[in-house]
Design a binder for this molecule. Structure first.
Ligand SMILES: Nc1ncnc2c1ncn2[C@@H]1O[C@H](COP(=O)(O)OP(=O)(O)OP(=O)(O)O)[C@@H](O)[C@H]1O
Ligand SMILES: [Mg+2]
Length: 375
């Protein structure tokens, strides 16, 4: 087992010394670093790999709450678990610390058993969290790859479609000449070659068309389970002050199609929503699914709603969000393919999308997919 590094932050040197002394017998498993305030703590965190932090609240220079805030806003440090030390009676401080992303609280004066078991638990949780973060990274990587594939697929499909029209013209005209029999033998032979080449090209195009449909295996996808899985991964990876609200419907709802494609739709909408709240450092992502009864001539459908309290969009942005490569994110952060692919998949499944947004308030994306009769 690797040695874990724990950072203690307290403005009283004797508390720090006391803590280190208290845990002397654990030195083989845990290595301790000490800081006298938030500022010193940040410096250490930025220059070393720290596995967890135990911090006091009241400190000069930078207090524990500010430290929590700063840790949360930095991608590199936001996943370091922080346990906050408070007095028994300090209820509002405790609340604030938890709201700012503290994973746990410890009452002062500290008792050794509590401290040891708290450290043990937090480090175990951190290990699970790291596994999930790695899983999310892999999933996002897969998402980018499948998004690019989708784009290539869309472009190829367009090109193939145009090609097959052109090839039909070549075959059609060469047939006309051959049938008109106004050509001499040599010309007729050349025309026959043109026709055969056209037919061969038509075969090749047919192969490409069949091949590009290969990965589109349709199954019955349990959409509640799918959202559940995506959110359980997001939950651990978004900054703590961003809350996720989601209630899986009791009844299983099945949509016909490819699980990967539904995953792309939900994942893109949820990631966009959390990204829109990240600059604000807090907010709420609300996801819901609802079965809607048949309306008039239409089929019954399923509505997936993704709502955020992020930056929102102005009208100019709203007009362009489904364009390929349109992004307002800084280079390296967004490719501008997310919603383009979302729209493409929704069209492919005869669905619909609605967007409501207000600058400074947030956005709601509503996606409708038709439900197969009798499901
Ligand atoms: N929930 C949202 N809140 C605010 N703006 C949004 C939201 N969703 C999308 N947008 C806007 O629409 C743009 C296009 O979104 P899209 O998902 O297509 O690309 P992206 O998120 O910029 O990059 P990518 O998804 O490829 O990483 C975003 O850059 C952003 O300006
Ligand atoms: Mg996106």
């Amino acid at each position: 087992m690797s040695v874990k590094k724990i950072l203690f932050v307290d403005d009283e040197q004797f508390v720090l010394d006391g803590l280190s002394r208290l845990l002397r017998e654990y030195r083989e498993r845990w290595q301790f670093r000490l800081a006298l305030n938030g500022k010193e703590a940040l410096e250490i965190v930025n220059n070393d790999t720290i596995d967890m932090i135990i911090s006091d609240v009241r400190m000069p220079e930078m207090n524990g709450l500010e430290l929590l805030e700063r840790l949360q806003t930095d991608e590199k440090t936001k996943n370091i678990p922080v346990v906050v030390l408070t007095g028994d009676q300090e209820r509002s401080l405790k609340r604030q610390a938890l709201d700012l992303g503290a994973v746990d609280l410890l009452n002062k004066p500290i008792n050794k058993e509590d401290l040891v078991s708290r450290i043990d638990n937090v480090l175990k949780l951190k290990e699970y969290q790291d596994i999930i973060i790695e899983k999310k990274r892999a999933l996002e990587e897969q998402l980018v790859i499948s998004q690019k594939m989708e784009l290539v697929g869309v472009m190829a499909a367009g090109a193939v479609h145009d090609l097959s029209n052109l090839i039909a013209i070549i075959i059609g005209y060469s047939n006309l000449f051959i049938e008109a029999s106004s050509l001499n033998q040599e010309e007729a032979l050349s025309m026959e070659r043109i026709r055969r080449a056209g037919e061969k090209a038509s075969d090749v195009v047919g192969h490409i068309m069949r091949f590009s449909r290969l990965d589109d295996t349709r199954t019955m996808v349990n959409i509640g389970d799918l959202v559940d899985e995506i959110l359980s991964i997001l939950e651990v990876t978004v900054p703590k002050p961003i809350k996720i609200q989601w209630k899986k419907p009791h009844e299983a709802i099945y949509l016909s199609g490819s699980a990967i494609k539904y995953q792309q739709v939900v994942m893109n909408l949820c990631i966009n929503a959390t990204q829109s709240m990240e600059p604000l450092g807090k907010g709420k992502l609300k996801v819901s699914i609802q079965k809607l009864p048949r309306e008039g001539e239409g089929r019954p459908s399923v509505r997936i709603e993704v709502e955020d309290t992020g930056t929102g969009m102005d009208n100019e942005t709203m007009k362009k969000i489904f364009y390929p490569l349109f992004t307002t994110k800084e280079p390296g952060k967004g490719t501008g393919l997310g919603l383009f692919v979302v729209k493409h998949i929704i069209d492919q499944y005869s669905g619909n999308i609605e967007v409501v947004s207000e600058v400074g308030k947030g956005s709601i994306f509503r996606v409708y997919f038709p439900l197969d009769e009798g499901v």
